[in-house]
Design a protein around this ligand. Structure first.
Ligand SMILES: Nc1ncnc2c1ncn2[C@@H]1O[C@H](COP(=O)(O)OP(=O)(O)OP(=O)(O)O)[C@@H](O)[C@H]1O
Length: 292
């Protein structure tokens, strides 16, 4: 469903005009329903790759290559067509959920505005659908959450709201950029489980950006290891673990030997539990304290 060929991102210094290549001709493909982890240390180009797909690269930057979503080349699309694709087919879940919500509007407005069919629904129906979306992401206290303003909710609760908003538009592709990094460890595991469940239930494809190899291995079907703007290798978590192709991946592996969540059959004897990287059952968001 997504096919990226020879993606090159070049930025230019606004003062000197000097050009710097940030992404160096990366290619990868994503099948319908597949989750691909983009893994690498800070500055390796993970977020920039997502920005190129979303068409929100830094101003003055140039994107070359091909980004094809279900047969449409996004780089060759016009502004209006691209806007429609971005609004209908792509959903971003970023590290900080506060950035996704308007601080002066209640959660209900955020969810209703994100619904593609909101205009054709009565207010009551839209609110009922919003409550149902919250239910789907494990929130039972829907009345309170719908009436709440972002600052009244914990980070984990807000990230669930953002995920609910993301699925409300029935996107084809989820772009998750370190979606749990800003959360505490217990909440991280719960949000990962919700994201995973929503993705599977709705048959969504996902690119999951993280610096955490364990987490990516737990969540994704395949991993792409990035370094300095380049994808060094792509493979299943098992391939990456058992047959790393580059010295860099071997070093990453050595630093984080535990590639599997607790209980995974491939887990080697004596390995430690993966903590937040595991696939816990759906956590109950309703234990969270508002404002935590
Ligand atoms: N607005 C910008 N203009 C120019 N270069 C940028 C800009 N933003 C980021 N970069 C550079 O692009 C490169 C890739 O950054 P990117 O944010 O994609 O890395 P990342 O792998 O997502 O790391 P992190 O986890 O720290 O966000 C880095 O060298 C960074 O300095």
């Amino acid at each position: 469903m997504l096919n990226i060929e020879n993606l090159v991102l070049t930025v230019s210094d606004p003062e000197t005009g000097a050009e710097t290549e940030i992404l160096h001709g990366n290619s990868f493909a994503l099948a319908q329903g597949e989750a691909l982890g983009l893994v690498g240390e800070s500055g390796s180009g993970k977020s920039m790759t997502l920005k190129c797909i979303l068409g929100i690269e830094p101003s003055g930057a140039r994107v070359d290559g091909r980004i094809e979503l279900d047969g449409t080349d996004l780089l060759a699309s016009s502004g209006e067509q691209l806007r429609r694709i971005r609004a209908n087919d792509l959903a971003l879940i970023a590290q900080n959920p506060h950035g996704a919500l308007n601080p002066v509007l209640p959660v209900s407005r955020f969810l209703v505005e994100g619904m593609s069919d909101a205009r054709t629904m009565s207010r009551a129906d839209a609110e009922a659908k919003a409550a149902e979306l919250l239910h789907q992401v494990g929130i039972t206290d829907t009345e309170r959450v719908l009436r709440s303003y972002p600052h009244q909710l914990s980070g984990g609760m807000l990230q669930r709201v953002v995920i609910a908003g993301a699925i409300s538009g029935s996107p084809k592709l989820l772009l998750a950029d370190e979606p749990t990094t800003a959360l505490d460890v217990t909440t991280q595991a719960e949000v990962v489980a919700i994201l995973d469940e929503m993705r599977r239930e709705h048959g969504l494809s996902m690119i999951f950006v993280t610096h955490d190899l364990d987490l990516a291995a737990a969540v994704c079907d395949r991993l792409a290891v990035m370094k300095d703007g380049e994808i060094l290798e792509i493979g299943t978590p098992e391939q990456i673990r058992d047959h790393p192709e580059t010295e860099y991946t071997r070093a990453l592996m050595a630093a984080r030997p535990m590639l599997y969540p607790a209980g995974h059959p491939a887990q080697e004897e004596g390995a430690h539990a993966a903590g937040a990287a595991g696939r816990p059952g759906s956590g109950d968001a309703n234990d969270e304290e508002a404002g935590a």
